[in-house]
Each structure stands twice: as C-alpha cells, then as structure tokens.
Design a protein around this ligand. Structure first.
Ligand code: AMP
Length: 189
C-alpha cells in the first residue's frame, strides 16, 4: 500500500525557528485510509504550519472497548507557529470537519488527532496535557513515532523515543502496513 499526498510548496514559513511538534493520528471507522489522508492534507493546510515528516501507516489492535475494528495509526512531525491551544483547536476543527463521532469513550472513531509533544513544553491543564498522557504505554503511538523521530528526547524523560519504544510494555498488535507516506510537492504551472 502506498499513500502519496500532493502538496503545494510553502515559502512563507520559517520552519526552523519553530519547535518540533509530534502528532498521533488514529481512525477505525469506514474508509480509514481516506480519513487519514484527509486529516494529513488538512493539517498541511493549517496556517503557519508545515508537515516535516509522516510515518508509515500501522494497523493496530484497539485498546479499551473490545470488539471494535482495528485502527490505522500514523505519526506526524510538524513545525508550527500556532500556540499549543490554537493548534489543539485547529486539530479539533479538523476532527469535526471529518465528521468525528463517538458512541462510547475509548470506542470507534472516524479520526482522532492528539498532540503528543510540543517541543520541550510541559503543560497540565484541563484543556491540554502535554506530553500526551499514556504515550509511553501505547505502542500504537510509540512505534510510528520511533520511525520518524527515534532520537527525540521527550521533555521530562531521560531516554529517547527509540528506548521508550523498545521497552514499551504494551502487548497489543501493531503491524506496519505501508511505506512512509510520500509528500510530493506539486509543480506550479
Ligand atoms: P480524546 O477524546 O482522547 O481525543 O480527548 C479529547 C480531549 O482531550 C479534549 O477535550 C482535549 O482538550 C483533551 N486533551 C488534553 N490533552 C490533549 C492533547 N495533548 N492532545 C489532544 N487532546 C488533548
């Protein structure tokens, strides 16, 4: 399986000045690949935001509610000039645009987009917790992340992603489905 996404070149973003931000995407309803593709395209279109890399797509066994379909998961690294809460609201808007609904907590969903790390930021408020809680106990988050940022040292951790991934106690199945998603720059006329 190959996923190619066409993107317009962006000249307006001083991406090197922004923090390394990592997102985790998950979907397990209907056209899972389409939801992933649309979410990635919409993230790329966010103001002052640029996608740096996208992991392969992984098929993963659900946590929580039993009997629901397997998920597709992927990790993204972005650079953004948005503040953390602005980014959260922008991602929630994308979730809503893609018709996200949930019947039960931890149950099936069209698209879920979580902010895993926002550079060295640590924040714990009712609205936003960064690093995202339970990241280090979820292989469906760590394995895609390990593919794109094995050397990243999360805030408050003394080990890099590769170590956290290798030593993650989670036994749920995580199977790599695709090659890394290709970001193909569109040629302007
Ligand atoms: P969920 O249903 O798991 O997507 O969680 C949604 C809720 O988690 C929202 O109310 C967010 O405000 C909150 N939240 C807290 N921290 C984060 C984070 N790092 N990324 C995304 N949502 C978060």
């Amino acid at each position: 399986m190959e996923l190619k996404l066409k993107f317009k070149e962006q000249h307006d973003l001083q991406s090197n000045t922004h923090q390394r931000v990592f997102l985790s995407l998950g979907t397990n309803i209907n056209k899972r690949l389409e939801f992933l593709r649309s979410a990635i395209e919409k993230i790329h279109q966010l103001a002052a935001t640029r996608i740096v890399s996208v992991s392969s797509i992984y098929e993963t066994e659900p946590h929580g509610v039993a009997g629901q379909p397997d998920f597709l998961n992927a990790a993204l690294e972005i650079r953004t000039g948005l503040c953390p809460v602005c980014l959260l609201f922008s991602l929630q808007r994308i979730e809503n645009q893609l018709g996200r609904y949930r019947t039960v907590p931890w149950g099936p969903r069209t698209i879920d987009i979580d902010i895993i790390y926002f550079g060295a930021l640590v924040r714990n408020t009712p609205l936003l917790t960064i690093p995202h809680p339970r990241t280090t106990t979820r292989k469906f988050v760590l394995q895609p992340l390990n593919e794109i940022a094995p050397d990243f040292l999360p805030p408050q951790a003394d080990r890099a992603i590769s170590f956290l991934c290798e030593n993650c106690p989670d036994l749920h199945h995580v199977v790599k489905l695709s090659e890394p998603v290709l970001l193909v720059e569109e040629q302007s006329d």
